[in-house]
Design a protein around this ligand. Structure first.
Ligand code: ZN
Ligand code: ZN
Ligand code: FE
Length: 740
């Protein structure tokens, strides 16, 4: 007798077949292993394979992930030994592409061993680590279809590449100083260029450094002159800079880390982790309560610290404010020439831009703020079968794109805000790219987009040939993203969607929505914040005091004397204002009433300020502000009235959070009882507010929220895809809503 294993998951291009080979040798088993279109097939000439299976799960290579291992009986084929059989060609639509991974301990050890051929080599990697997504030009994943194709392997690398017992067996980006690319700074190459970069950073310079998925601008985080110069040159007034710490010890000196935060920091994805600040670095993060810290994600970054760079660096995206991160060397030299004092250029091209990911640990667990390097393009949700692939183009802010093929939702890397031409190009590119990786065109797909007719993403979607176009309401998509992530395809829930703004089904601007329903049957709007006029449209999003004027006029309240003239004059635009239920604007208004009356220099600044104020309050002595609830409308008027006469901003900010959490809990209980729904789902950008989440979680048990994708608009494409699935005939439904 024999056994046949069909293994699905991230099992190609991650050293899986040599791992199976070594395991079979150790267990004295004969047979074969082969990549196939669905993953990997293993044939074992034995029917006692329990020990083999146990070790398969226990010793999985770090970059691999198992989704399913199906074991069936098979007939003996009489194999005398164990073999790795060449792959079936043609590639598969469901082959998982691994995200880019930080260097593994074995590679780091070799990189620091003076006797190793790859001593101080900035492109060292193996099947357990290194770049993947950022270097792939096409599938199937082999060297000829990566950006390493221009560097033929030397004899030594070729021997490692061909040896099933070697850690570099079929490691596509394998290279060494003999045959591979290197880094350059001016005339200096390799280690010399890295040492010179470290010296320049130590001396207070700003250096553009090529990373895995784009260029960083780096400087010494403790050098105020350098950080100040970077702010001036980037025209970046207040938005915090990310930090790159030499190692976990330096990170611990910089921020307070819980066990979960430490694990995220050290994970192979190496995201930026937002955590409470221990160091006071006002120029790095003007609000000062939190800092975003990451550890080296490439051999080059490790080597920079080995070469005595300052042990805490600012590492911010190499771009001018809000443009996409630069990936191309010539473009970097051109567009960053006024920003950087020097360039450390790596020769290996970047196939696609991959920003640094940003995560935090919130009251409900992992909170993804920006999903990019180390995570994309991993699967974000498993979908029930549907005959047609689904393409969701995302919204215009914090855009991502999701493609669902054969039940797997692949969400691409963070694209950005599509108001910029370069980001719109990157968005179109991201769509082409994701489709091409799976051998599809948009005409094969149901294409989902936001309902907003003015969104660039909507217009792009409608210009694409498609099996069908589906418009998805923005906040329905937020709610759907959570249900899809959790695999809840038929569960009826209440969604508390607190968001910035999104186009409503009635043409007004939504953003504080109570929705009831399921993915299969669609959602119904059962409640919302009391609407207020959004005066001056997007200008109200930039100037919190102007947002506040809309709320105050709606409530017949007087405008505070401390408001800037611009905001007070905006009252004249009232007649042309569109009503909004935006929770984001409500937070802006509350911040303005408590003193944040200047324009925001980055999105979410006022809300972050309000949360930071609240965290300074002595919470035990604070009485929550009251909100009204009539069964459908949550009324902010009593709370804002109280804020008009506050005497203590931190206490008032806390009272606002506590009161809103209390009112939301009451509304959820009321709706839940009347409509017979128990599960409560949180999504929308306002839920990045961890204090509000914590206060609500204390009142409502078993809240569901996003983890794999952001609660902010970065998660919307997944939700669009989920509702496109529901409406594209994949499910039987007794209602047939036109609009999701
Ligand atoms: Zn490695
Ligand atoms: Zn070599
Ligand atoms: Fe949104």
């Amino acid at each position: 007798m024999a056994a046949r294993l069909r293994i699905r998951g991230v099992v190609q291009g991650v050293g899986f077949r040599p791992f199976v080979y070594r395991l079979a040798l150790r267990h004295g088993l004969t047979g074969w292993v082969q990549n196939d279109p669905g993953g990997v097939t293993v044939h074992l000439e034995s029917d006692s394979i329990d020990a083999f299976l146990r070790d398969l799960h226990a010793e999985l290579p770090p970059a691999a992930a198992l989704e399913a291992v199906e074991v069936s009986e098979s007939v003996s084929e009489g194999y005398p030994d164990f073999q790795i059989i060449a792959s079936e060609q043609g590639g598969s639509r469901v082959t998982r592409i691994s995200p880019d991974l930080a260097p593994c301990p074995d590679c780091l050890r070799e990189m620091r061993d003076p006797t190793d051929p790859r001593y101080r080599y900035p492109y060292i990697n193996c099947t357990n680590c290194g770049p993947r997504y950022s270097i792939i030009l096409g599938l199937p994943y082999d060297r000829a279809k990566t950006t390493m194709r221009d560097w033929p392997l030397c004899a030594a690398c070729a021997a490692e590449y061909a040896d099933p017992l070697n850690r570099r067996y079929h490691a596509q980006p394998v290279a060494c100083p003999e045959c591979g690319p290197t880094y350059m700074l001016g005339p200096g190459r390799g280690w010399q260029a890295i040492e010179e970069t470290a010296r320049l950073l130590m001396a207070g310079n700003i250096v553009a450094v090529k990373a895995i998925g784009g260029y960083h601008l780096m400087c010494d985080a403790r050098n105020d002159a350098a950080v100040g110069a970077l702010r001036e040159r980037k025209f970046r007034k207040d938005k915090p800079f990310a930090l790159l710490a030499r190692n976990a010890q330096v990170a611990e000196q910089t921020v307070y880390l819980s066990q979960a935060e430490r694990e995220l920091l050290l994970s192979a994805a190496r995201p930026i982790v937002l955590a409470s600040a221990r160091l006071n670095l006002p120029l790095v993060a003007p609000l000062g309560t939190h800092l975003g810290v990451m550890l080296p994600s490439s051999p080059l970054q490790e080597l920079l610290f080995d070469a005595a760079a300052p042990d805490l660096l600012v590492a911010t995206s190499g771009n001018r404010s809000s443009e996409p991160m630069v990936t191309d060397d010539a473009a970097a030299l051109a567009s960053l020439s006024g920003l950087a004092d020097a360039f450390l250029v790596g020769e290996r091209p970047i196939a696609r831009r991959v920003d640094d990911s940003v995560v935090a640990v919130g009251p409900l667990g992992l909170s993804t703020v920006r999903r990019a390097r180390g995570y994309a393009p991993a699967v974000t949700a498993a979908f029930p079968p549907s005959s047609t692939p689904l393409l969701a183009v995302g919204p215009d802010l914090k855009n991502t794109v999701t493609l669902v093929v054969e039940g797997q939702a692949v969400t691409g890397s963070y694209v950005g805000d599509l108001e910029h031409l370069d980001c719109r190009k990157a968005h179109a590119q991201a769509i082409d790219d994701l489709l091409a990786l799976y051998g599809l065109t948009s005409a094969n797909c149901v294409v989902a987009h936001d309902l907003h007719p003015g969104y660039a993403s909507t217009q792009l979607a409608l210009s694409l040939p498609a099996a069908r176009h589906i418009g998805v309401q923005h906040h329905h998509a937020h709610l759907a993203s959570v249900l899809a992530e959790h695999g809840q395809w038929d569960r009826r829930v209440l969604g508390l969607i607190l968001d910035g703004t999104g186009y409503g089904t009635d043409g007004s601007i939504w953003g504080g929505e109570f929705l009831v329903g399921s993915l299969e049957k669609g959602f119904e709007r059962v409640g919302h914040l009391r609407p207020a006029p959004l005066i001056g449209g997007d200008a109200a999003a930039r100037l919190p005091a102007q947002a506040a004027v809309g709320f105050l006029l709606e409530a017949g309240l007087e405008l505070p004397a401390h408001f800037p003239a611009q905001a007070r004059q905006a009252a004249g635009l009232l007649a042309r204002a569109i009503p909004t239920t935006s929770a984001g604007r409500l937070f802006d208004a509350a911040a303005a009433l408590l003193g944040f009356t200047h324009p925001q220099t980055y999105e979410g600044q006022a809300a972050t300020w309000l949360e930071a104020q609240a965290r300074q309050a002595r919470a035990a002595h604070v009485q929550p502000l009251s909100f009204g609830w009539d069964g459908q409308t949550l009324d902010w008027q009593p709370a804002l009235t109280a804020l008009l006469t506050h005497s203590d901003a931190p206490a008032a900010a806390y009272a606002f959070h506590a009161g809103l959490a209390q009112a939301l809990a009451q509304a959820a209980e009321d709706i839940g009882q009347r409509l017979g729904v128990s599960g409560v789902v949180l999504s929308g950008g306002v839920w990045q507010n961890q204090l509000l989440t914590e206060l609500l979680a204390a009142r409502l048990p078993r809240l569901l929220t996003n983890h794999a994708v952001p609660v902010n608009d970065g998660g919307v494409s997944l939700g669009q895809a989920a509702l496109a699935w529901a409406s594209s005939g994949a499910v039987k439904s007794d209602t047939d809503p036109q609009v999701f």
